[in-house]
Design a protein around this ligand. Structure first.
Ligand code: MLC
Ligand code: AMP
Length: 512
């Protein structure tokens, strides 16, 4: 008999494996405050002169400053008539002003809809039509114009911490409950047009408490936070986690190797969270600089096992890979103590129950971090959960010989390029809008820099080039969704039903 347990008989480690030695699991409380912002504010008031947020330009905010500035921002929003439960769209590059605006909105009880700054008019209009925000905070005039075209709502710049005439007095702050919605993250989930995943204060607090415990994140840590603050990784883990721990973060507007080296050496950063594309660039440049950091976390896309090993060889650091989603925040992580296994995402985080569907091996999850459902989508919600309340992730998993989870495939049609999600359907639809395109099929092909590169195969009337089609897609969709490669083919491979066979696309004859 083989020593390796057969798939299905492995009993994977449960979340207790993440606890510091000697911790009684019964004492772990994942929602130790009335809501998310109450948890943050308690740290600022306990240590008012400590620095909590910094930026690349040398500016910083102490606890007392963050408390006052976010209250002023909340007052500005209240002065515009916004009340707890109202929705606000925020689409801004990273800055201290953005952080203050976001925190102020949440303290007022508003529901924040973060939107990628790369989105173009049509992508923003879909979100605005679906979520009906009452106000938008945008840092760019072109995007502000697109928002106003989509709906007659007020658009403010992120600099809200300046009281104005309609400041509106002091609203009630930090007064929501754990059940109150806090964030609506747009994602296409398994299929279709992007849907708004509604996450409550309790969901977000439980997730950051779980990683605080699992990663031994302490107030003396300083995160170099260059991930954008409009997706779960940078916002829900990086910023919210820093604030919940009472730690500090250097907010950086972009991923830049020199800035990371500077942060590690001069700004006393102890942690870095990145997507695999960032780690691959670091490995090619100066991975040795990572040696100064206490913890390196990778997520949002698979970290290739050989890149994991190359980083260890160059820096001595063993990257900790974890797995999460917009709908669930953080789910599974390699352990802080113990083996970090390349090619796996690890063990369920505190509070997370996980099982693999017996028929499909789809990863199914349940826990206080898992969202309640998509906004206004009873149809999608009925399909998203099992009868006993487990969420269908759309990821296919298996356990390795130590019981660590490996993600081996996706049931959902999704391309992950540099940590950003691209849905083949939306790129195909954009390509089909071009008058010379008869039909198009889009897939993700393996790519050393982006992990997966958006790749298009188009049947055309012969009057358009691949370059022109790439530019055309960029007029309709965020630029990172543009195909990196376009092949003009004489015919897309189809099955007997006339459906495109995506697995055979690479063999389709091209027309030059
Ligand atoms: C930028 N470009 C991309 C791209 N990012 N193309 C494909 N995929 C991407 N991810 C293109 C731009 O359109 C531009 O093209 C050119 O690259 C340079 O743009 P840039 O902005 O200067 O790029 P750069 O700063 O190098 O961006 C690379 C990156 C960025 C890796 C830093 O993509 C990034 O921040 N990724 C992180 C995404 C993220 O936060 N994901 C978390 C999702 S939450 P042109 O032609 O216009 O010049 C989630 C849950 C979980 O998944 O588990 O965490
Ligand atoms: P998003 O919808 O942007 O939240 O992306 C979530 C998806 O990213 C998950 O369903 C996974 O497919 C993928 N993902 C996140 N972390 C990892 C990881 N460490 N390895 C592989 N895929 C990941």
């Amino acid at each position: 008999m083989s020593d390796a347990p057969a798939q299905g008989t492995v009993h994977p480690p449960t979340w207790e494996a993440h606890l510091p030695p000697g911790t009684d699991p019964a004492t772990v409380a994942l929602t130790p405050a009335a809501n998310l912002t109450a948890r943050w504010v308690a740290h600022w008031r306990a240590r008012p002169s400590d620095v909590f947020l910094l930026d690349d330009h040398g500016d910083s905010l102490s606890g007392a400053e963050l408390d006052a500035a976010s209250a002023t921002a909340a007052g500005r929003l209240a002065g515009r008539g916004l009340r707890a439960g109202d929705r606000v769209l925020i689409s801004c590059g990273s800055s201290l002003e953005l952080a203050i605006a976001h925190i102020g909105a949440l303290r007022l009880g508003l529901v924040v809809i973060p939107a990628n700054t790369a989105y173009r008019a049509e992508e923003l209009a879909h979100i605005i039509g679906d979520a009906e925000p009452r106000l938008a905070i945008i840092d760019d005039p072109e995007r502000a114009g697109w928002v106003r075209q989509a709906a007659p709502i007020e658009v403010l710049a992120p600099e809200l911490a300046v009281a104005d005439a309609d400041g509106g007095g002091l609203p009630a702050l930090d007064a929501t409950t754990l059940e109150s919605p806090a964030l609506i993250g747009y994602t296409s989930g398994t299929t279709g047009r992007p849907k708004g995943a509604v996450l409550s204060h309790g969901n977000l607090l439980a997730s950051v408490e779980a990683v605080r415990i699992a990663w031994r994140w302490t107030p003396s840590d300083r995160l170099w936070l260059c991930l954008p603050l409009f997706h779960m990784h940078g916002l829900g883990v990086g910023l919210h986690g820093t604030l919940a721990v009472g730690a500090s973060a250097v907010i950086s507007a972009r991923f830049d190797l020199d800035a990371l080296l500077d942060a590690a050496r001069q700004r006393r950063a102890t942690m870095f969270f990145g997507v695999p594309t960032m780690y691959s660039r670091l490995a090619a440049a100066d991975a040795g600089a990572l040696a100064n950091l206490r913890l390196l976390v990778s997520g949002s896309a698979p970290l290739p096992a050989d890149l994991h090993r190359a980083l260890e060889q160059a820096s001595g650091a063993r990257v900790l890979e974890r797995y999460g989603m917009t709908e669930t925040a953080m789910l599974v992580s390699n352990p802080f103590d113990g083996d970090r296994r390349p090619g796996t995402v690890g063990i369920p985080l505190p509070g997370v129950e996980l099982r693999l569907d017996a028929a499909t091996s789809e990863v199914l999850v349940k826990g206080p971090n898992v969202f309640g459902g998509y906004l206004g989508r009873p149809d999608a919600n009925a399909e998203a959960f099992t009868a006993d309340g487990f969420f269908h992730t759309g990821d296919v998993g298996e356990y390795d010989e130590a019981g660590y989870l490996k993600l081996v495939a996706r049931m959902k049609e999704l391309i992950i390029s540099g940590g950003y999600n691209v849905y083949p359907r939306e790129v195909e639809d954009a390509l089909r809008l071009h008058p010379a395109v008869h039909d198009a099929a889009v897939v993700g092909e393996a790519d050393p820099e982006w992990g997966e590169a958006v790749t298009a195969y188009c049947e055309t009337d012969g009057s358009v080039s691949g370059e022109e089609l790439i530019a055309f897609v960029g007029e309709h969709l965020a630029r990172y969704k543009r195909p990196k490669r376009v092949s003009i083919v004489s015919a897309l491979p189809r099955n007997a039903m006339g459906k495109v066979v995506k697995a055979s696309l690479a063999d389709a004859p091209t027309t030059g």
